[in-house]
Design a protein around this ligand. Structure first.
Ligand code: M6R
Length: 615
């Protein structure tokens, strides 16, 4: 995934675009570049590294006052992360400029043809091939840039979000989207383009989200017409007014986005509940299910699809649905599901979970489920994202933008969404009686306030982090509803602190992982006073008798596990279905503090990008 920003108008485009690009760094940060133009003079600047480095270079080297710019922050897919492969890419004549997010799958074929006709390439990227293909078509057929892009797009296979510019026609930018998000910000005296709206949200709230196969030409003083490359039709755009503000995407006083997002969770969950938990009659209102009520009994199985943290949330969903509505559930990694010819039918209710709504594997798995006749329901955070649009219905988590690469508030809001869905289905299917639903309702409603209390433990957790941040390995254990939480805890730890961490069902420990336990191995065990409490106490004893270092997550008031542990964190007592909300918080904070102690880049861990829009 990469970040794209563009501007054409009357403002100083250099500052506008560089500032915007900084806000998109969560999408990739291995190299960055910018093209600047005032219609007569043009400049291109590129760096290996992040946007700050690019800003520095531009402030030293740039000598023009530009009003047109396109810029890019890259997460490498084709070619190493270096200056040559950084965008913008320039055509052989030097006249056409392109920034591109996505992958051109038939790039090799096109490259060979272009080379045979004399084209040369300076980078290893598929994007440079695309801009030269556009150039060749433009020259050969004497077309405008817009027309040449149209033709080129019909010849490529793959995904793109692109912005291009022609030095011979400095009045406009051409933008197109297939599979990689792009939106346009509209102002009276200029247009912005962004991979999302964050780069320009403080300048305008009027936005057009381009759909797949759509392209347009942004010309100051002209109204926008959207062209669909599939239907060959022009339409008027659908202009939306955004409600998110800039503050909501900045750090808000926290040192890191991840920390801010951990602390935002009570509010984020409240937002997920908002308008859906109806206090008056203790019911759940999910408009995404309104048209489905009569069909619910036809569904014989639930399949949950996601990747990474979203997959872990799906696993919590499995425990929830099976317990509350007694229907078989399968939880699938999207990347496996899409390639194994899964057996799906119209009896299946498929829940697709994705924070970004743009994860390539999840999107593809969704399409396969849809083609096989299943009902597909989405749980996404990003409004208007590809997955949200592809599903038949769904519910947005409304967690607000998640910038930290490590997912935190996305996880708990996904669980909040699954909880509401499970309760709603239980009331439709009558697997729970009114009193049970009312009790669950009250506990669910109380989750944000209890999490706020729990967050006060951050300093204590910082101390725990101090004495085990030097380890090379860690084990995370949990049973039942807390097993997915253990997996999530291990994922958080490994992705931001680079400590090798494994999550396991606690009882599985004796089938292998126990061999790893020694005095240097911290074992984080979720041992709440629910479900199989006695069994988990035995698991703790097994670790202690092998000199393992035990950090336990225990229910308030617990004495047994507390006494056995080297250190502990208390979480509120609750029905077992709600423990993931509480057990997750200390694990998120622990991974954060450990990563800080180890001097890691918490918000932008190495080799990772926020949303994986390629296979
Ligand atoms: O946007 P999505 O929820 O589809 O993303 C799925 C995973 O890429 C994501 O959860 C990833 O595992 C995070 N880095 C975890 O913190």
């Amino acid at each position: 995934m990469c970040g794209i920003v563009g501007y054409i108008g009357i403002e100083n485009s250099k500052d506008v675009v560089l500032e915007g690009l900084k806000r998109l760094e969560y999408r990739g940060y291995d190299s960055a570049g910018i093209f600047l133009s005032n219609g007569e003079s043009h400049e291109t600047h590129k760096v290996k590294g992040g946007v700050d480095k690019l800003k520095e270079l531009v402030s030293k080297k740039s000598s023009i006052n530009s009003n047109i710019s396109i810029a890019h922050t890259r997460w490498a897919t084709h070619g190493l992360p270096n200056k040559n492969n950084a965008h913008p890419h320039i055509s052989n004549s030097g006249e056409l400029i392109l920034v591109h997010n996505g992958i051109i799958e038939n790039y090799d074929e096109i490259k060979k043809e272009l080379i045979s006709r004399g084209y040369q390439f300076n980078s290893d990227t598929d994007s440079e091939i695309l801009i030269n293909l556009i150039e060749e078509i433009k020259i050969k057929d004497k077309l405008t840039l817009f027309e040449a892009v149209k033709v080129a797009l019909s010849q490529i296979v793959g995904a793109y979000g692109l912005v291009c510019f022609d030095k011979n026609n400095t009045e406009s930018l051409v933008v197109a989207r297939l599979g990689s998000p792009l939106c346009i910000g509209i102002k009276k005296d200029g247009f912005f383009v962004g991979s999302d709206a964050t780069p320009f949200i403080d300048s305008t709230r009027d936005v057009i989200y381009l759909e797949d196969f759509e392209m347009t030409e942004l010309k100051c003083g002209s109204s926008i017409k959207i062209y669909n490359v599939k239907t060959n039709e022009f339409t008027s755009p659908n202009i939306e007014t955004l409600k998110w503000n800039l503050e909501s995407i900045q750090k808000g006083g926290y040192s890191h986005f991840m920390l801010k997002e951990i602390f935002e969770q009570p509010k984020a969950i409240e937002n997920t509940f908002s308008g859906r938990l109806i206090e008056r009659n203790k019911t759940i209102k999910l408009s995404g299910l309104d048209d489905l009520v009569d069909r619910i009994d036809d569904f014989k199985r639930i399949i949950i699809i996601g990747c990474g943290t979203s997959w872990h949330a799906g696993l919590v969903g499995e425990y929830l649905f099976e317990k509350l509505i007694r229907i078989p559930v399968e939880v699938e990694y999207a990347s496996e599901f899409r390639y194994r010819n899964p057996i799906i039918s119209s009896d299946d209710f498929v829940i697709v979970i994705s924070q970004s709504g743009e994860t390539a594997d999840t999107l593809e798995a969704l399409k396969i489920a849809k083609q096989s006749g299943a009902y597909v329901f989405g749980i996404c955070n990003v409004v208007g994202s590809s997955i949200a649009r592809e599903t038949f219905s769904g519910l947005y988590t409304h967690a607000g933008p998640e910038i930290g690469v490590a997912s935190t508030k996305a996880f708990l809001t996904q669980i909040a969404a699954l909880q509401m869905l499970a309760l709603k289905l239980a009331s439709i299917k009558k697997t729970l009686n009114k009193e049970q639903i009312s009790n669950y309702f009250d506990e669910l409603k109380a989750v944000p306030i209890k999490i706020s209390q729990l967050l006060k433990n951050s300093e204590k957790i910082k101390k725990i982090a101090q004495y085990f941040f030097n380890s090379n390995n860690a084990l995370f254990l949990g049973r039942g509803f807390n097993f997915p939480v253990a997996l999530e805890g291990a994922l958080k730890m490994k992705e931001i602190s680079y400590i090798h961490s494994e999550g396991y069902p606690a009882a599985e420990m004796k089938h292998g992982p126990i061999a790893l336990v020694d005095k240097d191995m911290p074992v984080i065990i979720i041992a709440t006073r629910i479900g199989n409490y006695e069994k988990i106490v035995s698991n703790v004893q097994e670790i202690k008798s092998r000199n393992g270092k035990v950090i336990s997550i225990v229910s308030e008031g617990d004495q047994i596990v507390k006494n056995l542990s080297d250190d502990y964190i208390e979480i509120p007592k609750s029905n077992e279905i709600f423990t993931p909300f509480y057990a997750t918080i200390p694990l998120q904070l622990l991974s954060f503090h450990v990563a800080i102690e180890r001097g890691c880049n918490v918000d932008q861990p190495r080799n990772l990008a926020k949303s994986v829009t390629v296979e």
